[in-house]
Design a protein around this ligand. Structure first.
Ligand SMILES: [Zn+2]
Length: 191
């Protein structure tokens, strides 16, 4: 599948919202990607995850790890496609940790996956977690990279869709300057 058709899928699902958004990273943007508009369709999600799974199949991972919430769905889909374990990290006192009996054993080959990368914060945390557990990082596969090439995850990084979307610091935001109302998206318990 080509990037244009991936972007078409996002548009058709209504996942690409236009307006003035406060992102989880604290930055502002005129575009918000509501990945759950896509993830609500399991078969479509599997179709997209298949391209990530096939990219990493040769690395023979033992376990796929994502971060709650969207990363759980992507990790499961890829785990199913590659016949591996699928686990997820979640926030406890602001840190991403493994709970629920999940573990990564020393020497296990690990594939990190995530839904949308903006600043890459969650991925860097997951990389740290895998390293501390003694896991061997085989790669990083993400659904959408909207970081504007600001992240550096090394050679084994594979974003399925790369979107060039400007983000602004609040004090430099042209939408704020135009007094366009700010919408908070992507934060637990808020809309
Ligand atoms: Zn703004």
């Amino acid at each position: 599948m080509k990037t244009e058709s991936y972007l078409d899928i996002l548009k058709e699902c209504g996942a690409t919202l236009k307006g003035h958004f406060l992102l989880t990273s604290g930055l502002h943007s005129d575009t918000y990607v509501e990945k759950f508009k896509v993830l609500q369709y399991p078969l479509l999600t599997d179709k997209l995850c298949k391209d990530i799974a096939e990219h990493f199949r040769k690395t023979k991972p033992h376990v796929i790890v994502g971060a709650a919430t969207g990363g759980i769905i992507i990790s499961h889909s890829i785990g199913r496609l590659l016949s591996t374990r699928s686990i997820f990290a979640e926030r406890e006192n602001k840190n991403l940790v493994l709970r629920r009996g999940f573990d990564i054993k020393p020497g296990e080959r690990v594939l990190i996956v995530d839904d949308v990368v903006t600043t890459g914060g969650s991925i860097y945390e997951l990389m740290d977690l895998v390293t501390k557990k003694g896991g061997i990082l085989m790669g990083i596969g993400v659904f959408i990279d909207r970081s504007g090439e600001k992240v550096n995850f090394g050679d084994s990084y594979f974003p399925l869709i790369t979107m060039d979307i400007p983000t602004y610091k609040p004090e430099e935001c042209p939408l704020c300057a135009s007094n366009i109302p700010l919408t908070t998206r992507g934060r637990t318990g808020k809309k």
